[in-house]
Design a protein around this ligand. Structure first.
Ligand SMILES: [Zn+2]
Length: 271
């Protein structure tokens, strides 16, 4: 039984490391503390509660207080947990899982785009999606291949509330990914060309999507142009059919490979 628990703890730690980078180490540390104080707790349910409380408490203290100043020394800063300068995570889990770290320049650019969009369309918020982990170049933020150096960020599109016809800051997908705007007839159709790569459309077609929102071409086009305009932004990835539909001509929008994932549910920007 003890051997089984030991293996289960190691598997959980590995999983948390892949998901959050630092969560695995925090989980192991919480187990060590638990084993040291365990004998003092007699009731079984208190032991279980203590184990969870130790991990959650240590995790929150680390990600909210300890990690940001250390990551800053290594050149990465967190994007905000709650709306700041018209920028927020589309899902709070992106920030809670430490997938919200970027190079300081990329954060400044995102805030500048948030400001510009808000001047033009008051109340508009930039919803960010996966960015990078806090530490170490080369540590991949799965399932993304390239989000490993603090210089990459996925940004959600804008939508219109179908019932009111007004701008919405929501997204049809709870995490942004999977809410694709697929190619229409006559538009370039890269997803069909990449069918031999299983992962290309792996988020497409199964995510529960809200049918209350319609793609807002105007604001999405303006937001992408606002990123393009920023000198620090060198490359963007967007599906060719949306590039055409949004009349985007910048050479900064590059064609991603079929071993990537489809980019018709978000735009990828990078320094
Ligand atoms: Zn990306």
């Amino acid at each position: 039984m003890k051997y089984f628990i030991f293996i289960a703890v190691l598997i959980a730690a590995a999983f948390l490391t892949v998901l959050t980078q630092v969560g695995g180490a925090i989980y192991l540390a919480s187990w060590v503390i638990y084993l040291l104080i365990r004998k003092r707790i007699t009731k079984r349910y208190w032991r279980i509660a203590t184990r969870y409380a130790l991990f959650i408490g240590l995790y929150l203290i680390t990600i909210l207080l300890i990690m940001p100043p250390i990551a800053k020394k290594y050149g990465r800063v967190p994007l905000p947990f709650i709306e700041t300068n018209h920028v927020r995570p589309l899902s709070i889990w992106t920030a809670l899982l430490n997938r919200n770290y970027v190079h300081p320049e990329l954060r400044a650019i995102t805030y500048a785009v948030g400001d510009e969009m808000n001047r033009k369309y008051p109340g508009t918020v930039i919803n960010y999606m996966d960015a990078n982990f806090p530490f170490r170049d080369g540590f991949p933020l799965l399932p993304h291949i390239s989000h490993n150096d603090g210089r990459k960020l996925d940004v959600a599109f804008h939508y219109i509330d179908k019932t009111t016809g007004k701008h919405s800051n929501g997204n049809p997908s709870p995490i942004g990914y999977g809410g694709s705007e697929p190619p229409r007839k006559g538009e370039p159709d890269r997803p069909s060309r990449c069918t031999s790569n299983w992962q290309y459309s792996f988020m497409y077609g199964w995510m529960p999507l809200s049918d209350k929102l319609a793609f807002d071409q105007v604001r999405t086009q303006d937001m992408i142009n606002a990123f393009i305009k920023q000198k620090g932004i060198k490359t963007l990835y967007l599906e060719p059919h949306l590039k055409k539909r949004l009349h985007l001509t910048s050479k900064k929008i590059r064609l991603h490979a079929c071993y990537s994932v489809r980019h018709d549910d978000h735009v990828h920007v990078q320094l």
